[in-house]
Ligand binder design. Sequence first.
Ligand SMILES: Cc1ncc(COP(=O)(O)O)c(C=O)c1O
Length: 386
Amino acid sequence: MDWRTKLLNPAPLARRDYASLATPVYRGSTVVFENQAAVNDDWQQAEKGYSYGLYGTPTSLELSARLAQLEDARHSFIVPGGQSAIALVYMAYCKTGSHALVPYSAYGPNKEMAEGLLRGFGVEVEAYDPLIGSDISSLIRENTTLIWCESPGSVTMEVQDIPAIVKAAHTKGVSVALDNTYAAGVLFDAFAFDVDVSIQALTKYVGGHSDILLGSVSVRDEVAYSAMGPIYRQLGLAVSPDDCSLALRGLQTLAIRLDHLEKSTLQIANWLANNEHVEKVLHPALPDCPGHELWKRDFTGSASVFSFMFKDNWSAKQAEAFVDALEHFKIGLSWGGVTSLAVVYPDLVRPGKDFKGRLVRLNIGLETPDDLIKDLASAIQKATAG
Ligand SMILES: Cc1ncc(COP(=O)(O)O)c(C=O)c1O
């Protein structure tokens, strides 16, 4: 054999029976078949065997199977991010002429997609009050195919009455999709509440270290699985095995991170709730949060992201000065990682509400909470001095 051919000879030379405890990273697009008769080009690799890296490798399908087991799902599709998870759900459930409902507290780019791409495709997406509960029935039309929920909502943290919404939707044959990122897929048991599809930005708690972008779309049953799979294939939502490997690592510490973050976050939220400069704290476990009673009824815990509002004697400029004065808290938009973050939402659109640039969102990380409290106190003092 010429040395050039040797370079390309794919036959394995090393043993392949390494029983690694950690899931290996399979970087591969192309599957080699035993013979022509064995060739298959199906996305259902878990059932029908490996066909092509786009529909999963042993690394991404391990992540998929672990998430499905954790969430009691029929299957979890792994996608490049939380936003592509949202896109996949819209594409699977809506077509030209469809009507969908999305809470106005939903993640911003979800609503942007509704008003942008989907409107262009002739899909009408209507925003609804996240606290509507069973009255959602009155918004369901003949052509309604999908109701989105996100609980608690992004930034304003409204907890939704998911059982009431699911009941109203299913009575009229409409499917319900939930953005379950806050609950990391575990603090709210989506499928026990009969939600049809539960998505997560794995970027947040499952990844847990701000170093990957990844998402999941978990489906409850065979009907949702068959609706989603072909669209997943058509959109070609490839994921990196390296990112999946980091998500698998993140899963191993998810429980201890969530437990620790819940305690630290509650300590800080309670400190803020008692601060003379703070009007209210929007944390699902605190009574000022809209839907707090529903959180107590339906959730098994709380996470690390919440918002608070400075009193009305604070200006938007002071809220900005407060964030700029923080030292341990970094200024950033994401959450769920190990570092504390703060950001002001100056242009938050919520019908009938004007936060006047006084709403700040925090993500609590793994720093010692007493240090974070000192940081908040010192930044409040700097923002109010002079
Ligand atoms: C609630 C929620 N859903 C979805 C996303 C989108 O996730 P990704 O950044 O992985 O696309 C985010 C990101 O901030 C989010 O906060």
